[in-house]
Write a protein that binds this ligand. Structure first.
Ligand SMILES: Cc1cc2nc3c(=O)[nH]c(=O)nc-3n(C[C@H](O)[C@H](O)[C@H](O)COP(=O)(O)OP(=O)(O)OC[C@H]3O[C@@H](n4cnc5c(N)ncnc54)[C@H](O)[C@@H]3O)c2cc1C
Length: 433
């Protein structure tokens, strides 16, 4: 009897002893689950707060924005690379009012009066777009401009007019007319989805703005940054990329040299900053060899060939077209025109310029035909070269034009008008220009 009682007692004690770790374990599990729940709630709360802040910023931007031209003063001009062909300009509003925020990736439109290379003593009014190259701040805007040389295969052609003028003649203290930030190529910094930011040459400008905005926001988003240059002399704003590699929690930063690697650096060298140096172009082979998969939103800006190839190859890799975003820096992205039936000639007549006519030689656009005939921007205004900004919006007095692969994105295209930067003549035409 005693033995039974002892065994029962021991059994009860054993059960009680066993229950302690079970209770401890359950309590720990519960507390872990509660912590995870609280972390999730905190993250959700942070996201909501950030979204509310962005809404507020956007509402404030709308009130701070302006229409038409506003005077800005160049307060700082900085040469950004060893080649000396990329220069940053810091623009402060002349009226000293606060600036509206912008979306990282957007651009500014500039208007300048430039000595007319074809008409000594005269000036021409030029407009051009330049991407904002820094994250938004209320005090200044920064752009970084490449001085465009004559095309390598046509050295007799004049070099880039506006980029050359900005580099050689615009200095600290000068005032310039600027329109408010615009553009559809931008990264939504409130999203958490993983992204790949791919830049080539001066196409790095909108990508830098995206990268710096993620840094400002201490983003923990997964981001892969690839910046392609020919050689070390073309490299710009390395400290920005070093900072991104060191401070963005989940960033992978690659600098790729299509030409010679800098001294002391080999393919695959990992710098103290965390940047990885690669030999080769930023192309799909490079991405496949380095990224864990293709499931990213892609933001691409660089030379036309790089973007076209990446666009095609990324789709072939299974990336949906909707996830590939790119910005072209000029009219070179316009489609090739349809071939003319043999023997047919089309003329473009500039009705408001004494009826001067040129025959269309199959140039990429009406504006390209004007340029080829040295009938410069005085007559056919131009800025984005992609039918977006509306700078070239011109009345068509007679005839018909065609839009090929690039359709007008300018919302205010009126009946009886055309966008010469992307249109080609379908019949002989007369422009009110
Ligand atoms: C949205 C957007 C953002 C941009 N952002 C940037 C940026 O951040 N940084 C930047 O540097 N650029 C940027 N650009 C490009 C910029 O707007 C200009 O197109 C660039 O600076 C060249 O302008 P330009 O006046 O210097 O050259 P242009 O005078 O327009 O000449 C362009 C080229 O045509 C050649 N040319 C001259 N005459 C002829 C002729 N008769 N026939 C054929 N070719 C000729 C020139 O030699 C030159 O190579 C951006 C463009 C867009 C659309």
């Amino acid at each position: 009897m005693e033995l039974v009682a002892l065994a029962l007692g021991l059994f009860i004690v054993a059960m009680l002893v066993l229950q302690v770790p079970v209770m401890v374990y359950t309590t720990l599990q519960r507390s872990r689950a509660m912590q995870a729940q609280r972390r999730l709630e905190y993250k959700e709360w942070q996201l909501r707060l950030r979204a509310a802040e962005t809404q507020l910023d956007r509402a404030e931007s709308n009130t701070l924005s302006w229409s038409g031209w506003r005077k800005f003063e160049v307060r700082k001009k900085v040469v950004e690379n060893k080649s000396g062909d990329i220069c940053s300009f810091y623009f402060y509003p002349h009226d000293r009012r606060k600036l509206p925020a912008f979306e990282p990736g957007q651009f500014l439109m500039f208007r300048l009066d430039i000595p007319d290379p074809d008409d000594p003593g005269e000036t021409i009014e030029e407009t051009r777009c330049y991407s904002l190259s820094d994250s938004p701040n209320p005090r200044y805007y920064r752009i970084s401009v490449r001085k465009v040389p004559s095309p390598p295969k046509q050295p007799d052609l004049p070099p880039g007019l506006v980029s050359g003028f900005l580099h050689d003649h615009i200095n600290e203290g000068d005032l310039i007319d600027v329109q408010a930030p615009s553009g559809e190529f931008f990264l939504d910094p409130d999203q958490e989805s993983p992204v790949a930011l791919l830049a080539g040459g001066v196409g790095v400008t909108p990508i830098l703005s995206m990268c710096n905005t993620l840094i400002d926001r201490k983003s923990s988003r997964e981001v892969w940054i690839f910046f392609g240059v020919r050689h070390a002399d073309d490299l710009v704003m390395l400290p920005n990329f070093e900072f991104a590699a060191g401070h963005l929690k989940n960033a992978h930063v690659y600098i790729c040299f299509s030409g010679d690697m800098p001294k002391g650096i080999e393919d695959g060298t990992i710098a103290d900053s965390g940047i990885i140096y690669k030999k080769g172009r930023v192309d799909s082979a490079m991405l496949k060899a380095t990224m864990p998969g293709n499931n990213y939103g892609y933001y691409i800006c660089g030379p036309e060939m790089m973007m076209k190839t990446l666009d095609k190859d990324l789709q072939a890799w299974g990336v949906p077209k909707a996830r590939i975003n790119w910005e072209a820096f000029g009219e070179s992205a316009a489609p090739a025109p349809a071939a003319l039936p043999s023997g047919q000639t089309l003329t473009i007549t500039y009705g408001a310029s004494g009826g001067k006519s040129v025959s269309w030689q199959g140039e990429k656009s009406i504006r390209a035909a004007a340029k080829a005939n040295k009938f410069r921007e005085k007559k056919v205004k131009y800025a984005c070269g992609q039918g977006k900004c509306g700078c070239c919006h011109t009345a068509l007095k007679s005839g018909e034009v065609a839009y090929n692969d690039v359709q007008p994105a300018f919302a205010d295209l009126q009946d009886g008008y055309c966008l010469p930067c992307i249109a080609t003549p379908k019949t002989s035409i007369e422009l009110d220009a």
